[in-house]
Ligand binder design. Structure first.
Ligand SMILES: C[S@@+](CC[C@H](N)C(=O)[O-])C[C@H]1O[C@@H](n2cnc3c(N)ncnc32)[C@H](O)[C@@H]1O
Length: 215
């Protein structure tokens, strides 16, 4: 299974779907082909990237079930889009898009880095996190955070802020094992004392999460 296929399993059915930073547009194609939405908006800050999605989704654009907007973040995303996907960008970039826009009714975010910052931000604005998972494709791990603009307040431990709430018996467990192996490899090499201390601390946290969660 590739990243897009894995990511699409987290999308919610909705009325009007928006794919912000869509690039090729594969996720929107999935939503439309599988009747997961009535209509869709593809958007990207780069006209060149957007052109790829426009080509892929030509029949839907002609039919009017999909519209294309070239814009920064949520700038020109119509207000009636009830689900927004932002995938393949850094967590800080996603936060900046939300700060300059709005928290979507339903959201699916797949940050490439800084997932803890994104979790903290979503909690701070009162959004409800529904799933906070990690999935694995071709030996790489990806965090995915889905939820709603409003809802029950989430409780997170500091460890869950760091690693999410995935299944320790599944991809999260494999992610932690891979991270622990990387840290142990660093510790076997030459390191400045301050770096050694930092990496040892990080390894201890990973080991304690793996042990506590698998009990
Ligand atoms: C790595 S691609 C990810 C594409 C797709 N979402 C995915 O997950 O495969 C990132 C895309 O986001 C676009 N992008 C970056 N910053 C953006 C912003 N502020 N607003 C809209 N699009 C943005 C880039 O032009 C690029 O096409």
């Amino acid at each position: 299974m590739d990243r897009i296929e894995a990511l699409c399993r987290y999308l919610y059915p909705c009325d009007r779907f928006a794919d912000v930073g869509c690039d090729h547009g594969y996720c929107t194609e999935y939503m439309l082909e599988n009747s997961m939405c009535q209509s869709a908006v593809i958007s990207d800050i780069s006209a060149k990237s957007l052109a790829k999605a426009e080509k892929l989704l030509e029949k839907y654009l002609k039919h009017g079930t999909c519209v294309s907007v070239c814009c920064n973040g949520l700038e020109k995303i119509p207000a009636d889009c009830d689900e927004v996907l932002i995938a393949g960008m850094g967590g800080e970039e996603i936060i900046s898009i939300l700060e300059n826009g709005f928290i979507p009714g339903k959201f699916v975010f797949q940050p490439m880095k800084n997932a803890p910052k994104l979790r903290e931000y979503l909690i701070s604005v009162g959004a409800h996190i529904d799933k906070d998972d990690v999935f694995e494709c071709d030996g790489k791990f990806y965090f995915v955070i889905t939820g709603f603009r409003t809802g029950e307040k989430n409780e997170y431990t500091p460890e869950q802020i760091k690693f999410g709430k995935g299944d320790i018996g599944g991809a999260l467990g494999r992610y932690l094992a891979a991270e622990a192996a990387k840290k142990r490899a660093y510790l076997n090499g030459q390191l400045r004392p301050s770096d050694r201390e930092k990496i040892s601390g990080e390894l201890k946290i990973i080991e304690s999460v793996s042990e506590n969660e698998s009990r």
